[in-house]
Design a protein around this ligand. Structure first.
Ligand code: MG
Length: 261
């Protein structure tokens, strides 16, 4: 199925959905200090979404063999790459980094964005990793221009991360966003060589395409495993990870970020 191209009117609704997600992130950013639990951050996001007439996409989401996701946000601390489940017993500690992903439905459309936040003072190496994830996202957004393909976006992410000495997650990708949280195209963080068994459709970028780009950087080896909760993805070697994400639209004037405040 080819990517669904959005009209200017649809993009305005998606921009509003994205703005609500950005507001939830802002509210959580101010609350993300040592001692706060990941459940408290989840409660904050839940009320921001509710106050703006939006509903969480992750709550109850149960693809494949996964149990229904029980929260509004995914909260992934340190070696947890993505899909961490918020918990009343998980208090954040000084020096942690936490990846928070939020997606909402608003008037039938989705906004989806993630950030990784420092908790109190963090180490120099954690700071460098966070900056690298943001740089990789920026590079991928810059590559999201007419004339390019999805492979150019993926390569921009991988190249930016690689230059800083980090690996990227291979099993998880960005994705088209629209009336559903996951549409075509898949937007990977790397592009396989000809002999790889991995195959993604290498769409040419078109005006009206909307997708989430989400670099997932890993300080150590890119081998991952899922915990027994059926969701949380961690690095096998325990190394630190950082994840950030924006939903963007392809326009004639270049990429438009839909998930800014
Ligand atoms: Mg997301």
């Amino acid at each position: 199925m080819a990517p669904v191209l959005k009209t200017a009117e649809e993009l305005e609704i998606m921009r509003e959905a994205g703005r609500i997600v950005a507001r939830a992130h802002e509210a959580m950013r101010s609350a993300a200090v040592p001692g706060v639990t990941t459940k408290t951050l989840d409660d904050i996001a839940t009320s921001v979404l509710r106050d703006h007439g939006a509903s969480p996409c992750f709550l109850g989401y149960a693809p494949g063999n996964h149990p229904p996701f029980p929260a509004t946000i995914t909260a992934s601390v340190n070696d947890e790459l993505v899909h961490g489940i918020p918990s009343e017993t998980r208090a954040l500690e000084e020096g942690d980094i936490i990846g928070i992903d939020v997606a909402c439905f608003y008037q039938g459309y989705v906004g989806d964005a993630a950030v990784t936040l420092p908790i109190g003072e963090i180490s120099g190496s954690a700071r460098r990793l966070l900056r690298a994830a943001e740089n990789a996202l920026e590079a991928a957004i810059h590559a999201s221009v007419l004339g390019n393909r999805i492979s150019d976006v993926a390569k921009a992410t991988a190249k930016s991360a690689g230059r800083m000495g980090y690996s990227v997650a291979r099993e998880y990708t960005g994705h088209g966003v629209g009336t559903a949280m996951h549409e075509e195209p898949q937007v990977p963080n790397w592009w396989p060589g000809k002999r790889s068994e991995v195959r993604w459709v290498n769409y040419e970028l078109q005006v009206g395409m909307t997708y989430a780009i989400e670099p997932m950087l890993i300080a150590g080896r890119p081998d991952l495993k899922e915990l027994e909760d059926g969701w949380t993805v961690v690095t096998k070697d325990g190394s630190l990870t950082a994840h950030c994400e924006h939903t963007i639209a392809i326009t004639e004037d270049g990429p438009r970020i839909l998930t800014l405040p």
